[in-house]
Design a protein around this ligand. Structure first.
Ligand code: ZN
Length: 94
């Protein structure tokens, strides 16, 4: 439990032309555009366990969108606070 590779899911690999187990091999910075904002966030990429080609997986895609959304919310929150006043109110957290 708790290992990164535990949740291996199946996805369709067009290269192998069948459903294969996917490997979550990479965690890298990704760039997703939300509401016209470029959001940098951690992302995962799924690879076919047999031919090692990149495969599309809805679960992986959902996770990346979730991460992007979290970063987006954080950025919007930060911007709103910057707009309200240029000084940082360190002791004044909501
Ligand atoms: Zn494959």
């Amino acid at each position: 439990m708790g290992e990164d590779m535990k949740d291996m899911v199946k996805a369709h690999c067009y290269c192998c032309d069948k459903d294969v187990l996917i490997l979550i091999l990479c965690r890298k910075m990704m760039n997703t555009k939300i509401q016209g904002l470029n959001i940098m966030h951690d992302g995962i990429v799924a690879f076919c366990s047999e031919c090692h080609g990149k495969v599309y997986s809805k679960e992986v895609d959902d996770k990346n969108i979730e991460e992007a959304q979290k970063e987006y919310d954080y950025e919007v929150d930060r911007w709103n606070r910057l707009k309200e006043g240029n000084d940082t109110n360190e002791g004044n957290k909501i």
